[in-house]
Design a protein around this ligand. Structure first.
Ligand code: ADP
Ligand code: MG
Length: 454
């Protein structure tokens, strides 16, 4: 293979990855040599090497192999002169990337690989996650530790892991010398048990205490696992003492994790605790729109009819993962059958997902639950009284009706004693605002929502 071959392959890559990816990631690659079937490219930083390997490694390989059948593998490495500076910098999560193979002399940090798609760029910010996003951004800036730990919590598929990976990528890009370790609580336990079994506890302790930033995902997993909790607690304290940043996620608030030791709970609450709220319609639509932008590169000829995204954002409200899955399937299907993406196609091809997320909650049920919760009479829900003690629960019920059913504002208004749709809209807005500033309301809404969604 020669530089010429690479020149041709680059042209093909320009087509397959798109202009901006090409400029950012492919153009800077410098073909170094081909040895024993391994094509090596020089990259300016290890971070970039990891990124290219994860995102474009396969495509590069594919085109290279077509141009020169002797190529069986690609590697990205920082040239010798530059690599000194970054020798200590290999992020733990890069262990999965091919660059790692060339760097065996470095300490093997205990992290898990990062998902290249989970960056701040690809994270859509909306009301439900803006606080968590802001906190994550702040931590990703590096600098002096201001809150420790950062504790992110929220339901399945709301972006906890995405945000953690985004922090890791960003930190790595800004300060390559930092040892950033991301892993799940399950992996932490696995490592711990392995160390016990192999009598390597000293190594384990040293390893974890030597990181600069530790991220443990889904920490609820260690609840009830006593010796793992214990070790986690010590690791945690050791790092906090050294002023090292810790970022934790869980599916619920620290205080609500069952079978977690009290001292751990209180430690976890010491920093900044922020939650990711369930997605709202706007956020879901934003996420879909972003995804579609990506798909446009891949499926250039597909036509997406207006209203389809809105329909999906409205109907699929369980979690973002399901939402993304639906869109992926829709595009793949449309491209297979060569049809436009219309509402009918979406209904056809996503029938199962739509059925599963079909909420059967009725407005009557919402009204009943809410009035029970606030101890008011059901008849007052739809009656004319305007005192706060009645009006507020009514607004909560309207809000939930908007969120949990597919009824339109005028329809909801009718069910609330024939109120105008602007009244409903006002109520919904009011509760949206209050949720952010009034913990009690936020809690009430969350509790009611959960009880209604079962
Ligand atoms: P969690 O860890 O909270 O269960 P994830 O971080 O794994 O959820 O997110 C599930 C999926 O949804 C991922 O593919 C993620 O990229 C996507 N996702 C979640 N929230 C957002 C968001 N705000 N913007 C873009 N993608 C998101
Ligand atoms: Mg997760």
């Amino acid at each position: 293979m020669t530089n010429d071959t690479w020149g041709k392959v680059r042209e093909q890559l320009l087509n397959s990855v798109g202009k901006s990816n090409y400029v950012n990631w492919i153009e800077p690659l410098e073909f170094a040599n081909l040895h024993d079937g391994v094509a090596t490219f020089h990259v300016p930083t290890q971070f970039m090497g990891n990124w290219v390997s994860r995102n474009f490694g396969e495509q590069i390989m594919h085109h290279l192999a077509k141009a020169d059948s002797s190529v069986s593998r690609v590697e990205f490495s920082v040239p010798a002169t530059a690599s000194k500076a970054v020798a200590r910098t290999r992020p733990a999560m890069a262990s999965a990337a091919k660059v790692a193979e060339a760097a065996k002399d470095e300490i093997d940090l205990p992290g898990a690989p990062l998902d290249a798609r989970f960056t701040f760029d690809s994270f859509v910010v909306g009301k439900p996650n803006e606080l968590a996003h802001a906190a994550a951004r702040r931590v990703a800036e590096g600098g002096p530790v201001t809150f420790n730990p950062l504790f992110l919590y929220g339901g399945v598929g709301l972006g906890k892991t995405h945000l953690m990976h985004a922090i890791a990528w960003e930190l790595q890009a800004r300060s390559p010398e930092l040892r950033v370790v991301y892993l799940s609580a399950e992996q932490f336990m696995y490592r711990f048990v392995q160390a016990l079994r192999e009598k390597k506890m000293m190594n384990f302790k040293e390893l974890f205490r030597s990181v600069d930033v530790l991220m443990v995902d889904d920490v609820q997993f260690i609840a009830g696992k006593d010796s793992t909790q214990e070790e986690f607690f010590h690791t945690f304290n050791a790092l906090v003492d050294q002023n090292k940043q810790i970022i934790i996620s869980a599916d619920r608030a620290p205080g609500e994790i069952k079978d977690l030791e009290e001292r751990i709970k209180s430690r976890l609450q010491c920093g900044l605790v922020v939650d990711l709220h369930p997605t709202d319609y706007e956020l879901r639509l934003g996420i879909l729109q972003q995804k579609v932008e990506q798909y446009r590169l891949q499926y250039r000829d597909l036509v997406l009819v207006d209203g389809v995204l809105e329909f999906l954002a409205h109907r699929i409200s369980t979690n973002v993962r399901v939402l993304e899955g639906a869109l992926t399937r829709l595009f793949a299907f449309a491209s297979l059958v060569g049809r436009e993406i219309t509402l009918e196609l979406a209904q056809d091809c996503l029938a199962d997902i739509l059925r599963a997320s079909d909420r059967k909650v009725t407005i009557e049920e919402i009204q009943r639950r809410v009035s029970e919760h606030y101890n008011i009479r059901l008849s007052d829900m739809i009656g004319p009284k305007r005192v706060r003690t009645i009006a507020r629960p009514r607004q909560v019920a309207m809000y939930l009706a908007k969120q949990l059913t597919s009824r339109s504002l005028p329809e909801i208004g009718r069910r609330f004693g024939g109120r105008d749709h602007t009244t409903v809209m006002h109520g919904v807005k009011r509760i949206e605002e209050l949720r952010n500033v009034d913990n009690q309301i936020a809690e009430d809404v969350e509790l009611l929502r959960r009880s209604l969604e079962i």
